[in-house]
Design a protein around this ligand. Structure first.
Ligand code: SF4
Ligand code: SF4
Length: 347
């Protein structure tokens, strides 16, 4: 990450921590499409709304977001590699100076190498050894992830693996971290997210659907303890120690968010310094309300800066176990261990 971008983050993080009214969309996640050829068991991404982020709209959003203060852009989906215009999007973002990350299942990586080369960091879904991946995501996606690892190595594309920890791969943690070490990269982990009782987001399956995959609380805690051990031994685990500790203290892993404050950061900073754009152009603080019939402002209709200004505070939600948000809250709260972890791992 460029020094100028680090200073921009530092300046605004300091202001966020002293001025409760300060808001700036430092980090923006764009869901480029809801389409995805994979069918992971743990995913029920909301595909009910139209994709409205046309190339012209995206170009305008990138311009508006840069001027509003965004410096980190995360491209995701669905499967972002399905976008024919991905190379143009990455080129436009790269020219502006964004730090670009992209999440993919690896499907179609061979056709999108020029776009992937423009990314600073690619997050590849990788749920363990081949047989485990086939059970969780099906044979074509399992093969695509393996092929993507080869392509990234051949092309020198910086990537991390991302594993959704569940019953099928809890005993594969060491294998996954060894695999990352062999490929000179880093293994990141996330926990299963259940839909809150009474409906809520369609992004994740309901509890009954997750039952076969959901580890018990004790099984999850023991996996998190193992990750902490590996992290302390300087093995390539992406999550920071404070994030893992936060996870360890989570009381019930079938509940994704709660109204109590987290111990290691003062409050959730969604809406204050990060936000997401859904494939239909609506802007949210985080992806948890995506599937809800929620009156979110549209970046297409209002422009990005105005839509960000109008995103309401999610006042009843104080903490969650979604690793990207926990890490973002720690980073922008300037937690020293989280900041050091990020600087050390993002070259
Ligand atoms: S988890 Fe991601 S890769 Fe898997 S089906 Fe859902 S959107 Fe596609
Ligand atoms: S704690 Fe923040 S990021 Fe997490 S679900 Fe709640 S509002 Fe979203």
């Amino acid at each position: 990450m460029k020094a100028r971008t680090c200073l921009h983050f530092l300046w605004h993080a300091l202001r966020l921590n002293v001025d409760p009214s300060h808001r700036v969309p430092l980090s923006l996640i764009i869901h480029l499409t809801s389409r995805c050829p994979a069918r992971c068991l743990y995913c029920s991404y909301d595909r009910s709304r139209p994709d409205r982020l046309t190339p012209a709209v995206l170009c305008r959003i990138l311009d508006e977001a840069w001027r509003a203060g965004t410096r980190r852009l995360h491209l995701t989906g669905g499967e972002p590699l399905l976008r024919e215009d991905l190379e143009a999007v990455c080129a436009e973002a790269g020219e502006r100076g964004y730090f670009i990350s992209l999440a993919t299942s690896g499907t179609g990586a061979a056709e999108r190498v020029p776009a992937l080369r423009k990314c600073d960091q690619v997050m590849l879904s990788f749920d363990g050894p081949r047989d485990v991946r086939e059970k969780l995501c099906g044979r074509p996606t399992a093969a695509a992830a393996e092929r993507a690892v080869e392509i990234f190595a051949e092309e020198g594309i910086p990537f991390w693996t991302t594993t959704v920890l569940n019953r099928f791969n809890l005993d594969c943690i060491d294998w996954i971290v060894d695999h990352a070490a062999q490929h000179n990269t880093v293994a990141n982990f996330v926990l299963l997210h259940a839909r809150p009782p009474g409906g809520g987001t369609l992004l994740h399956p309901t509890r009954p659907e997750l039952a076969a995959l959901q580890p018990s609380n004790e099984e999850y805690r023991s996996a998190i303890r193992r990750l902490l051990e590996l992290k302390r031994k300087h093995r390539p685990v992406g999550l920071s120690v404070p994030c893992l500790r936060e996870w360890l203290e989570w009381d019930d892993y079938t509940v994704t968010c709660r109204t109590q404050r987290a111990r290691r950061y003062r409050r959730c900073l969604a809406v204050r310094c990060y936000c997401e754009i859904a494939p239909d152009g609506r802007v949210f603080g985080c992806d948890h309300p995506f599937g809800q019939n929620y009156p979110a402002p549209s970046a297409i209709d209002l422009g990005f800066a105005e839509a960000f200004r109008r995103v309401p505070w999610q006042t009843d939600c104080r903490s969650c176990m979604a690793c990207c948000y926990v890490e973002a809250n720690l980073l922008f709260s300037l937690h020293p261990q989280a900041v050091w972890n990020w600087l050390r791992l993002t070259r």
